[in-house]
Design a binder for this molecule. Structure first.
Ligand SMILES: [Zn+2]
Length: 274
């Protein structure tokens, strides 16, 4: 466990991968009463480590930013061991979100209470406030405590976020970035990667990155129709092969957004500028 500042401690789960970087970071927030944000994957040693870090304090809530398998499954065993309620993002209906849901979504997630945008949860004498940030997933929430924001997978400290349809939505993701841009948080604590100490600048950089990618895609399909592997091959030189599917998903997310805006057309598997 690392104490990052008074009232905020971090625990790294042992689930490193091409998608999770060094693993999922769970946060313990509060002093006498605490909340656990993103309890992580259901690994017994991680749940034991969380229990040790809680150290007998009262757990006001177990909180999930979203229901990917590297974030929410430990909520259940932790709730059993602490008696705390699971509070936060809404569950996702697996049937509605396609084959990818089977691999990456926690279909067993069952919150005791779902928080909407701006809803407040008391942790001891302090407040944790939900900030709805759909895009990476439709049910994604960030959480504000004092002047820090826990950003889950919406903003990560090591890589850009995966936005893959059907549940991932590029227009929603951009709107959620813009929402953060208009806040004045001092620091972000993401579920993966280092804290972000320059939130405003970083969010502007992320928005610029996606706008650049969008222009690049439009340019690639302006002269000739291309399918998604054709776009990925040109737009992502040197891509880690393990990330090819995720890159294809992000390109699809851009294309669906551009299609809604009337800027591209689909012809079978190929896309071209409208
Ligand atoms: Zn995620």
């Amino acid at each position: 466990m690392e104490q990052l500042e008074p009232g905020i401690a971090r625990l790294l789960a042992h689930n490193p991968s091409a998608f999770t970087y060094t693993g999922t970071q769970s946060y313990i927030v509060g002093t006498d009463d605490v909340a656990v944000i993103d309890p992580g994957p259901d690994l017994p040693e991680h749940v034991d480590a969380l229990m040790a870090a809680i150290a007998g304090r009262s757990v006001a809530a177990i909180i999930c930013t979203h229901t990917h398998r590297d974030h929410s499954p430990a909520a259940r065993p932790l709730a059993e061991r602490t008696g705390a309620a699971i509070i936060g993002c809404a569950p996702l209906a697996l049937a509605a979100v396609g084959p990818r849901a089977d691999a990456s979504f926690d279909g067993d997630y069952g919150p005791d209470r779902v928080l909407g945008d701006g809803e407040v949860l008391k942790i001891g004498s302090e407040h944790l406030i939900a900030v709805a940030t759909p895009g990476h997933t439709s049910n994604h929430l960030c959480f504000n405590w004092r002047d820090a924001l826990f950003t889950g997978d919406h903003v990560m400290g090591w890589s850009t976020t995966v936005v893959v349809p059907p549940d991932g939505d590029m227009a929603a993701y951009m709107a959620s970035l813009d929402k953060l841009r208009q806040r004045d948080d001092r620091i972000y604590y993401p579920a993966h990667g280092a804290p972000v100490t320059n939130p405003q600048q970083y969010v502007r950089h992320l928005m610029g990155h996606r706008m650049h990618r969008e222009r690049q895609i439009l340019k690639l399909i302006a002269g000739q129709p291309r399918d998604i592997p054709g776009i990925v091959g040109n737009a992502y030189p040197g891509l880690d092969p393990r990330l090819t599917a995720a890159a294809g998903g992000s390109v699809l997310a851009h294309l669906l957004d551009l299609e809604r805006r009337g800027l591209v057309e689909r012809q079978g598997d190929s896309w071209t500028k409208a």
